[in-house]
Design a protein. Structure first.
Lengths: 346, 346
DNA sequence: TTGAAAGCGCTAACAT
DNA sequence: ATGTTAGCGCTTTCAA
């Protein structure tokens, strides 16, 4: 790949402002040891000339890196797109650049991306998306990130808690509880769960919430069909197909994210099964299209954009003695995809 | 922001291999002037030690940059999310890192982002999203990019043609024609158009396609209500509100992108207006949720993910004498949101 | 074919 | 408060 042409250098700004290189550097970095007057002049000259520091020189010289690495499963998954939007929005305000990589929900690939970002000297790394339930898989990533943090790198994660870093924690368990309680309140008892891979923490946590709500009604998750497939739309379709075949008396399907719920709805539509008249369906996340689906989706709202912002905010703060935790809160959004269980007189 | 810790340096590798810094550099860069034997040894030592070059030092010293700058309107707009997915997918394969910025459809902000990416020494810049119909607005961006390209930077754009760079060109006009012809074929004559800002090239081009189809049926765009609002979901809602108030006999609404079409559908639902029984609705883009809407959306499919890949492919090739152009093709996808005009006996 | 040395543009000691 | 200077790790002339 080619290299861009040369540009304005700090020394040019310094000359124009009639000061030394060092003074100009201090002035622009907002460091101490420059009179207000001189600092203002330097900044003004820099603005006039349209000076932008060369980040490579700056970083090489030991300065701070201004790039943020962001690892998501896939940016074209609406859940991650919204998180990315939040990160980029705040980064823009702070004049930071965001480098995005895909993990593809593959722990090895994720680890490779982490290493790549570290090699690129990203000053901050944000990892969004479920961790893996297997501790051994998480261990290597944790070790690499620990080294990175020891060297001064900052890390924030969204939706995982085993990585020894500041974390934004979605209300997975409480949300799972809320949505299940909602269905139980509508009289549903023959409930099926459509879940992503059982190795994903997010899946495990949301399932735990489902289980706890069931227990409160004297039911057990063990008695319900739980189908684990891909944590994406297509997974919802195939899971629904199986549920329909193996548990035809099911009256409600809990999908553990909105993408899967969309697949569930699509399959029910194909089969001509009315929602919510014959089958209630719930999602999780409240991606922005959830309100526009047919029918509009009852789901648990997570503030994805804010979660992205918060993660970057955490990373921009100096590290705390112990990793910080920021729960996100959640909100049950009841729309048209859920209704009373068939045969219920309410 | 903090700086990551020090690492292995090239000089360490050189010492271990018993050669000079320069030789080690040549060997690892695969340049000429090193004996096969020495080159192999150096590479082996580097591998053993797990050496990864410091990209800041490399770039500062005049080496190639391995980062790709990508400017989109908003990553959490599904259209751009899919394009970004395509770019990142190919970048991952080529071990490049992608820096994403938002333009927010603001030409000034876009220009600022371009400058920022150039300052960051991105080797490639990809700009996705409509250009601006006003030549003066485009001129400054074009000038900056020309300078960047003269310095060896590579540029590819998606959906604009006035920037003097390799371009991926969506079939906007042909798509606009196709969707309009579809409605005319269903007997619709009282058609309204819901468009984004009239300053956007994409809007102008799609509108031109609509106009040409109308002309073939002896109609003129001038006789139809064309409402220009934000090129997003909310714009579709407000535009529909106005159309309903001012042109109550309308039987079909052409939205110039899917986001607006979703807003149109939402407003019609609120008002209890049946689709397609009382009003047909069309979109443009075929974002992945279009099939799951209520009702599923008739629209024009553009291969967004492939467009992202293609743009990066173009940029990775050496520049051609004249900017390359890659039309995308399109496909009319007829779903449930369009039907015969009311009162038609077909 | 190889090595020595001069920067790339900036920050951060160290002087003044 | 300001200036001088030594690197940061690499690529790239220029010599040998």
């Amino acid at each position: 790949m080619p290299k861009p042409g040369p540009g304005l250098r700090l020394i040019d700004v310094a000359h124009r402002a009639g000061v030394s290189l060092a003074t100009a550097s201090r002035a622009l970095a907002g460091r101490q040891g420059v009179s207000q007057e001189v600092a203002d002049r330097v900044r003004q000259v820099a603005d006039e000339l349209g000076y932008v520091a060369n980040p490579f020189a700056r970083t090489l010289a030991g300065g701070a890196s201004t790039t943020v690495g962001l690892i998501v499963h896939q940016v074209d998954d609406p859940y991650f797109a919204e998180i990315a939007g939040g990160v980029i929005g705040l980064a823009d305000e702070r004049r930071l650049l965001v480098q995005i990589c895909h993990s593809g929900r593959d722990p090895d690939h994720e680890l490779r991306q982490i290493r790549h970002l570290i090699a690129q000297r990203a000053g901050i790394i944000i990892i969004a998306g479920s961790g893996y339930h297997d501790p051994r898989v998480e261990a290597e990533a944790a070790a690499v990130l620990a080294g990175y943090q020891r060297g001064g790198g900052r890390v924030a994660v969204i939706g995982r808690h085993t990585l020894g870093a500041d974390a934004v924690l979605p209300d997975n368990e409480a949300g799972g509880h809320a949505v299940t309680a909602h269905l139980l309140g509508l009289g549903h008892r023959r409930i099926a769960v459509v879940a992503g891979a059982s190795g994903l923490n997010t899946v495990v946590d949301r399932l735990a919430g489902v289980a706890s709500a069931l227990r409160e009604h004297g039911l057990s998750l063990d008695d319900l069909p739980v189908v684990h497939t891909g944590f994406v739309r297509e997974g919802g379709r195939t899971a629904t197909e199986r549920i329909l075949a193996e548990h035809p008396s099911t009256t409600a399907i809990i999908a553990l994210n909105d993408a899967m719920a969309m697949g569930v709805l699509a399959m029910l539509r194909e089969r001509g099964i009315g929602v919510p008249s014959r089958m209630s369906v719930t999602g999780f996340d409240d991606v922005s299209v959830a309100a526009d689906l047919a029918p509009s989706l009852t789901t648990v709202r997570l503030p994805m954009t804010a979660m992205g912002r918060t993660a970057l905010e955490l990373a921009l703060q100096p590290p705390a003695a112990r990793p910080r935790r920021r729960p996100t809160g959640h909100q049950l959004i009841v729309r048209d995809s859920t209704g009373p269980a068939p045969g219920q007189s309410r």
